[in-house]
Design a protein around this ligand. Structure first.
Ligand code: ATP
Ligand code: MG
Length: 409
């Protein structure tokens, strides 16, 4: 991508009401644009980051048999009335709207109801199961408070996976596969060392659900943990019977802040029963389908990664998340000529700062945007037939021959 062609300009200031460090950098570096509280646009660089995160998640879910779909955001109230979730007075998170022809519609805050209903058309027999279906989709939630930039918004990108089974054992088996897939996902996202499976409330037929909590000060949740016993629990389940279940004492636990980046639930019949998702089994008997659901907050994850990997100068993306691997910053006419040659054919790996700016301005943008490697070509480096490569994370620079650099791209 050529910066001279891009409409993005880095900004000196972030909106005053953005308190999270990462939100300020993401806005200033031109990854996201704030429409209003809790509503953001993803600009070219931000969209690439989202796609990279999705790519990792997709890869791991396909490995456990997930089939990708994209479901509608507009929702039919009738479905949600069957599960008592249309007029949920406790947590009215719906954005509702009206059909011009009359009647109500809702913007999906999640998708258990429509996917369960949709599958009634396709799942009829035990032979059709197990089945796992997922999507990356925009959810709408009328959150009381938007917070921490893209970490809590009213419109956000979620990965939601739903699984369907003939038995509780098979649901348990798949739940475990998802746990393993999630461990690999958070590792690959660079969050593995600070993300933990956490006991939380909200289990439907098991006592608990599991959240994936990333230990980070900007997180909204309070969790308690014991490293030796590998136990992490949300404060919402910090009570005597739970501590007994988990084999820890209150004074063995430490407290920390964390952001919920995903969660997994055994739903059993919670949605399949009221919506009537049934199959005929080996003996031709009609059985209700067992279900599980598994979420990851894709846009929240982007905020969490940005927050973990940044310093006082800006973002510091891990290589596999970064929108581009290299930030090519030529200085002077000769440098520009060689840079053009290098850029050609490598447009997807190089963010090419071909703007007529002072070196200092280019370097500041490279740091703010957090591209892993800054590559400078100037008369000085050309005298050695080389480019100067600076690692954004360590700040270390080295001269690398032009030939070698071309090969490494
Ligand atoms: P929270 O407790 O943070 O409100 P939740 O329990 O409502 O989360 P789910 O409904 O299970 O979350 O959604 C799955 C995932 O989507 C969450 O684990 C989180 O990462 C993400 N998520 C939930 N709400 C938001 C939001 N308002 N903005 C951004 N991401 C969100
Ligand atoms: Mg919520």
């Amino acid at each position: 991508m050529r910066l001279s062609n891009s409409f993005i300009k880095t900004l000196r200031d972030a909106p005053k009401d953005e308190t999270a460090k990462s939100a300020g950098f993401l806005i200033r570096a031109g990854y996201i644009y704030k429409e209003m509280a809790g509503v953001y646009d993803y600009l070219p660089l931000g969209l690439k980051v989202i796609e990279n995160i999705k790519g990792i998640v997709r890869d791991e879910l396909n490995k456990i048999g997930g089939q990708e779909v994209l479901m509608a955001a507009l929702q039919n109230p009738e479905l949600w009335k069957k599960t008592d979730r249309w007029d949920d007075q406790k947590v009215d998170i719906w954005f509702k709207t009206e059909l011009s022809a009359g009647g109500e519609l809702g913007l999906a805050p999640t998708h258990e109801e429509p996917i369960t209903n949709m599958l009634k058309t396709y799942v009829k027999s035990y032979k059709d199961l197990p089945l796992a279906v997922y999507q990356f989709q925009t959810k709408f939630r009328n959150e009381l408070r938007a917070k921490s930039g893209i970490m809590r918004t009213r419109e956000f990108i979620m990965k939601d996976l739903y699984s369907f089974h003939t038995s509780e054992e098979d649901l348990d088996r798949y739940y475990h596969e998802v746990e393993n897939a999630y461990a690999r996902i958070y590792d690959r996202l660079g969050l593995g060392d600070i993300t933990f499976e956490t006991f939380a409330s909200g289990g439907v037929f098991s006592k608990y659900s599991h959240e994936y909590q990333t230990f980070i000060p900007v997180g909204e949740d309070t969790v308690y943990y014991n490293k030796d016993k590998s136990v992490v629990l949300n404060e919402e389940v910090l009570q005597d019977d739970v501590l007994e279940d988990l084999g820890v004492k209150r004074d063995e636990l430490e407290e920390t802040r964390a952001a919920e980046v995903g969660n997994i639930f055994k739903l059993k019949f919670k949605y399949s029963e009221p919506l009537g998702l049934k199959i005929s089994d080996e003996n031709n008997e009609i059985k209700t389908v067992y279900m599980g659901c598994y979420g990851i907050g894709i846009s929240r994850v982007m905020g969490v990664i940005a927050e973990k990997f940044c310093d006082d100068k800006g973002l510091v993306w891990p290589e596999n998340i970064a929108p581009f691997k290299f930030y090519l910053a030529p200085i002077g006419e000769n440098g520009s000529k060689i840079a053009e040659e290098i850029y050609l054919g490598n447009e997807d790996k190089i963010l090419f700062d071909d703007r007529a700016l002072r070196p200092g301005e280019k370097f500041a943008d490279a740091e703010l945007m957090g591209i892993p490697f800054r590559v400078v070509i100037s008369d000085k480096t050309l005298a050695e037939n080389s480019v100067e490569i600076t690692n954004r994370k360590t700040g270390e620079s080295e001269l690398v021959s032009i030939e070698e650099f071309k090969k490494s791209i």
